[in-house]
Design a protein around this ligand. Structure first.
Ligand code: PMP
Length: 405
């Protein structure tokens, strides 16, 4: 017998990744306050978290979690359709639907599971329908791509934000039911999708638009209702909205919002909803509090906008390779993976935690520092980060020739 060993193959792939300098390392941090953490015994200012509004350590959110855990226990005890769907989940779903201007919302344990669930329900194999078409922006989150790949649908990825290319791909499949899925705010570039043009295209072509607003919810739009609300688009324009709760809301989990018929369909066919234990009800209670705060948090959104502008102005003065983002995700494109790792290490030595994002998360040659800002940061935190960026050794700074995004 000459059967290859799977674990050996995995170990070789891991080794090969390490040899290319792309090994991923898991490190345990202790968040000591919003925007601050301790790691390996040292204190850091965190510029890589998604806690955009600084709610992860908000005292009212913490108190809501504690109260609900004391009253109802920790675990949900089962799947939503069995024993696990608590009153706190139902209340949160109603609140999320109202906030995002949708008829109904459905909770999922994570954003990844929500995206998989939508794809399963809309594009999964059944006896009664033709496999459809799924169009996706090239830079969409991995879970949208993976979700579509796991269905029988034809997946076509259009060049980033290229609505004309998406239109050509749709026109090439005039008889297929079509889902067009896009991030609202792109997680690694920080730019906002051309949502109005995509919605117009979908309306013209009778395709269904899905928006993953993981990074827009809480940050953009009136009352932080997200990138669609910011673009003036409603449920009619974008019938499927996915939002995550572990970013601006500071807790964890995700939801899909849309028509009552969509949500009922997900309850029937989204396997990542049906076959998993519901999240702890205390987490739903904490999120309910976080949504209440986030909706009223124009002051935090204003503060965030101020910090984004302060960072961008400072970085521009230093000649740093900013990307065209107006959101709290402010990548600095360094090109080479080693250069990005070296820059992150140098910043760490200066007391800043910043993510080096390397292939395969981003395309080859587009490694970057992914700097994220939070309303919890002080002006002085941003100024000190800029000083640290200015002090990076020359070889870790940008090579303009690599600025090819
Ligand atoms: N979509 C996007 C655009 C994301 O950035 C993320 C998280 N990185 C997810 C979905 C997944 O969400 P979760 O972390 O809740 O699984």
């Amino acid at each position: 017998m000459n059967r290859p060993d799977l674990l050996d193959q995995l170990a070789r792939a891991t080794q090969e990744r390490a040899q290319r300098g792309l090994h991923r390392r898991l490190r345990a941090v202790e968040h000591t306050a919003s925007g601050r953490c301790r790691l390996d015994g040292h204190e850091f200012i965190v510029f890589c978290s998604n806690d955009y509004l600084g709610l992860a350590a908000h005292p009212d959110v913490i108190a809501a979690l504690q109260r609900a855990a004391a009253e109802h226990g920790v675990g949900s005890t089962g799947a939503h359709l069995i024993s696990g769907h608590h009153r706190a989940h139902a209340e949160l779903e109603e609140t999320l639907a109202v906030w995002t201007g949708r008829e109904r919302a459905l909770l999922f344990s994570t954003g990844i599971m929500a995206n998989l669930g939508v794809m399963q329900a809309l594009l999964g194999r059944t006896d009664t329908r033709q496999p459809g078409l799924c169009l996706q922006d090239k830079l969409n989150h991995a879970s949208l791509i993976d979700g579509a790949r796991a269905t029988a649908a034809t997946l076509r990825r259009y060049p980033h934000a290229d609505v004309d290319a998406a239109a050509r791909q749709l026109a090439a499949h005039p008889n297929d039911a079509a889902l067009l899925a896009t991030d609202g705010v792109f997680s690694m570039d920080g730019d906002i999708a051309p949502l109005r043009a995509l919605a117009a295209l979908c309306r013209r072509e009778s395709a269904t638009l899905m928006v993953d607003d993981a990074h827009g919810l809480g940050v953009l739009g009136p009352q932080g209702a997200g990138s669609l609300a910011d673009a003036g688009l409603t449920q009619d324009d974008a019938p499927i909205l996915m939002g995550t709760l572990g970013k601006a809301l500071g807790t964890g989990g995700a939801f899909v919002a849309g028509s009552a018929a969509l949500i009922d369909g997900l309850v029937q066919f989204a396997r990542s909803f049906v076959y998993t234990t519901a999240p702890p009800p205390a987490l739903a209670a904490a999120t309910l509090e976080a949504v209440r705060i986030a909706r009223a948090a124009d002051d935090r959104r204003e503060r965030l906008r101020h910090l984004i502008e302060r960072f961008r102005n400072g970085a521009a003065q230093l000649g740093l390779p900013l990307m065209p983002s107006t959101t709290p995700i402010q990548p600095l494109l360094l090109g080479d993976a080693e250069r990005a790792s070296a820059a992150a290490t140098a910043l760490e030595q200066a007391g800043f935690l910043v993510g080096a994002i390397r292939p395969p998360t981003v395309p080859d040659g587009q490694a970057r520092l992914r700097i994220t800002l939070s309303a919890a940061h002080r002006d002085d935190d941003v100024d000190r980060l800029l000083d640290a960026l200015a002090a990076l050794p020359r070889k870790t700074q940008a090579d303009p020739a690599s600025d090819s995004c």
